[in-house]
Design a protein around this ligand. Structure first.
Ligand SMILES: Nc1ncnc2c1ncn2[C@@H]1O[C@H](COP(=O)(O)OP(=O)(O)OP(=O)(O)O)[C@@H](O)[C@H]1O
Ligand SMILES: [Mg+2]
Length: 378
């Protein structure tokens, strides 16, 4: 597979931008990508995040030109490339199952793209060394792919892709085969890359930590659609959908029914019988009867003896403290409500103090969260 030949263009105003306009891809009956619109700015580091089969790889393959949209248009650096073959696009990809040349050494694999561009031998050597240093593989330069581990192959594919400095680099789970320590080191290096090289990155990951720590914006996908596009903070703090909230980080989900409210506040009823006033952002105007989920991060929940939380500025539910679990750097408290639903609260452990004060399992407790710290999602 020739996934990395490139065609050079002079930098210009829209250099490095990627734009998908109402792009749909069908495979027979399967709608792999469904009317996706996405604008990636030059130099931006964007991730496609979502469960297996949601259309991430297919989206990248349409940007790189290995797949043709059934409908819609693809623009790269301001030009409509929908009908441009992959090898004429200024895009480079490390696709899932990276295509390395088995008969070439590592150094030759990395140099290949530069040779295609007819760079001088000296220039090629310098750049190959730089790329191999970046992925910490300079000691392996004369090995063949068959002699490398999965993680080393992955790093080699990365070196080969960045060495030719494409406008746009597509990475399909580039870190998945690496062990944790290397993954962290590469993550750090990768986040530096867009700034250093001026490249635009689109990155596919299953890994929530990667999505949160490395990325300018996350496009959260499910069933072929982008459900939310936002910075890591936006996606974490204000998930637009049930699915997004659950996918990114740990979260408590309480089912509820809207029973009233006005422009700022929403009144909901929980199956446990609690009636709460929620003032979450973006949830105003839900009509009574709407089924919603209150999503609250465990670190936002405070616990106190029953009656101990001021309900003026908090939403409060009452239940039984079932368990306190010591996790080293934090402690998790689990509270069970009357209907059997559970809420988890976490606290950092500080030396010499008990994170939840005098509370013990079996106690009746209030669990509360400050207005505005939970989200109502439909
Ligand atoms: N060439 C193909 N022919 C038929 N169906 C395909 C083809 N490629 C992908 N699909 C289907 O399209 C949907 C999206 O696939 P895609 O590979 O884009 O998912 P993904 O998000 O990359 O998943 P994963 O995280 O498992 O890599 C899936 O239902 C898949 O089975
Ligand atoms: Mg995939």
């Amino acid at each position: 597979m020739q996934d990395w030949e490139i065609h050079s263009v002079e930098p210009h105003g829209e250099w490095g931008t990627v734009s998908l306009r109402k792009v749909t891809k069908r495979f027979g009956q399967t709608v792999a990508v469904d009317t996706v619109a996405l604008e990636v700015e030059a130099g931006e580091f964007i991730s496609l995040l979502g469960p297996s089969g949601c259309g991430k790889t297919t989206t990248l393959r349409m940007i790189s030109g290995f797949e043709c949209p059934t409908e819609g248009r693809v623009y790269i650096s301001g030009q409509d490339v929908t009908d441009t073959p992959a090898h004429r696009r200024t895009v480079n990809s490390i696709l899932q199952g990276y295509a390395l040349f088995g008969h070439m050494t590592e150094a030759d694999n990395v140099a290949f793209g530069l040779r295609v561009k007819r760079r001088s031998k000296q220039a090629i050597e310098g750049k190959v060394q730089e790329a191999l240093n970046l992925v910490q593989l300079s000691d392996f330069r004369s090995r063949f792919p068959g002699q490398l581990s999965g993680g080393q192959k992955q790093r080699m594919a990365l070196a080969r892709a960045v060495v030719i400095k494409p406008d746009v680099l597509l990475l399909d789970e580039p870190l998945s085969a690496l062990d944790l320590k290397l993954r962290r080191a590469m993550r750090f290096e990768l986040t530096r890359l867009p700034n250093d090289l001026g490249m635009t990155f689109a990155f596919v990951t299953h890994d929530q930590t990667e999505a949160i720590t490395m990325i300018d914006r996350n496009a959260v996908m499910d069933e072929g659609r982008i459900h939310q596009l936002g910075t890591p903070v936006e996606v974490y703090e204000h998930p637009a959908l049930h699915f997004v909230a659950e996918f990114i980080g740990e979260v408590n989900m309480l089912e509820a029914t809207v029973v009233g409210g006005d422009g700022d506040r929403t009144e909901v009823l929980l199956p446990s019988g609690h009636r709460l006033t929620c003032a979450p952002e973006g949830a105003a105007g839900l009509s009574p009867g709407t089924q919603v989920v209150i999503a609250i991060r465990p670190q936002r929940i405070v616990l106190a003896p029953e009656g101990g939380i001021e309900s003026r500025d908090h939403a409060v539910v009452t239940g039984e403290l079932r368990e306190l679990l010591f996790l080293g750097d934090s402690t998790r408290g689990t509270v069970r409500l009357a209907d059997g639903s559970e809420l988890v609260a976490t606290r950092y452990n500080e030396a010499g103090t008990h994170p939840f004060g005098l509370l013990r399992p079996g106690d009746r407790v209030d669990a509360g969260w400050r207005h505005g710290t939970a989200c109502l999602v439909e």
